[in-house]
Ligand binder design. Sequence first.
Ligand SMILES: [Mg+2]
Length: 153
Amino acid sequence: MKYDIPGQGQFEIKTIILDLNGTLSVAGTVPEGVKERLDQLKGIGFKVLFFTGNTRNDADDLAADLGIEWRLAKNAEDKRDLALELEPETCASIGNGLIDLELMKVVKLGIVTLQAEGVHIQTMLNSDIVVPSINDALDLFIDEQRLIATLRK
Ligand SMILES: [Mg+2]
């Protein structure tokens, strides 16, 4: 999706990179409404995937349920390096923890979700937008006017 942000210029987001624990899932459970939104985003044409250390060993099952891919990333540097393979200037990242910090520094657009597990302050300070929940984060890409309204000067 191409965006033209008043006072900020143009950019394109092709890929949405999600964190798993604390972002896509909260206390190990994917919130209601996430799968429908991921389906919508894929329909719009976004590539959507998640990076995780697979702490709960549930990444394969979740990815199958949600119909998206995942990549193993054991630390913040792994996440950054995976993003660098995906044209990071066309990537958005949605995360919450310190493990997402280096990723937020290389992608075009960084979004953090507060949710029950909270957000690391350093990751927040290196992101562009803070939202209360994963569904709110995904809605920014489903209704582009929300994203434009937050980013415009
Ligand atoms: Mg997390």
